[in-house]
Write a protein that binds this ligand. Structure first.
Ligand SMILES: Cc1cc2nc3c(=O)[nH]c(=O)nc-3n(C[C@H](O)[C@H](O)[C@H](O)COP(=O)(O)O)c2cc1C
Length: 186
């Protein structure tokens, strides 16, 4: 079994990025599972808070979920052509303390995907993640790209993907990533 953790960078109830992860969970190849996490309980990073009390429980839980996963799927919105602060903040917490970075991130297969109501489907936000993934020593997967543009039209009222072509794109993206993750497990 290949175990993925999917993290949504949006707190919004009707988030297209969380919906993309929910769709992904139904389109995985056989013998793969996706556990979806959101960032609602992660506080703003504050070095004073860290010095006084260590990592908040929600941060430790997410960190250990990443450690235990075979691969990580980041579903990133795009804000002002960059990474939403909520999402970057969570990854910054996960990089604490620095001595733990190798245990959490080194060589970790990570794939980026994203959805936006605009025409570019988070291309700039995905690019903005690259220096972060590099700094943390992850193993980002570049074998496919999933940018879901015009997201407001792509999902129905229940936030399911409407058309089979989009489902096929997501299925094949996931198949590629899972296959790459399995190579690292050998
Ligand atoms: C502060 C802010 C900045 C945004 N900037 C961009 C942007 O640069 N590019 C883009 O495609 N969408 C942008 N959007 C629109 C988001 O893509 C849209 O709100 C999207 O639904 C967020 O993802 P979610 O549905 O997962 O919450 C922005 C939204 C906000 C609130």
């Amino acid at each position: 079994m290949t175990r993925l953790i999917g993290i949504s960078g949006s707190l919004r109830r009707g988030s297209f990025n969380t919906a993309l992860l929910r769709a992904a969970a139904t389109l995985l190849p056989a013998e793969a599972a996706l556990e979806i996490r959101t960032l609602h309980d992660i506080p703003l990073y504050d070095a004073d808070l860290e010095a006084a009390a260590g990592l908040p429980a929600a941060v430790s839980a997410l960190k250990e979920a990443v450690v235990g996963a075979d691969g990580v799927l980041l579903a990133t919105p795009e804000y002002n052509n960059g990474i939403p602060g909520v999402f970057k903040n969570a990854i910054d917490w996960l990089s604490r303390p620095p001595a733990d970075i190798p245990r959490v991130f080194a060589g970790k297969p990570i794939a980026l995907m994203g959805a936006s109501p605009g025409p570019f489907g988070t291309v700039l936000s995905q690019a903005a993640w690259l220096p972060v993934l590099r700094t943390l020593g992850t193993s980002p997967w570049f074998g496919g790209r999933l940018m879901l543009a015009h997201a407001a039209e792509a999902f129905d009222a229940a936030l399911a993907i409407k058309d089979s072509a989009t489902q096929d794109r997501l299925r094949s993206f996931l198949a590629g990533f899972v296959s790459a993750v399995r190579h690292t497990q050998r």
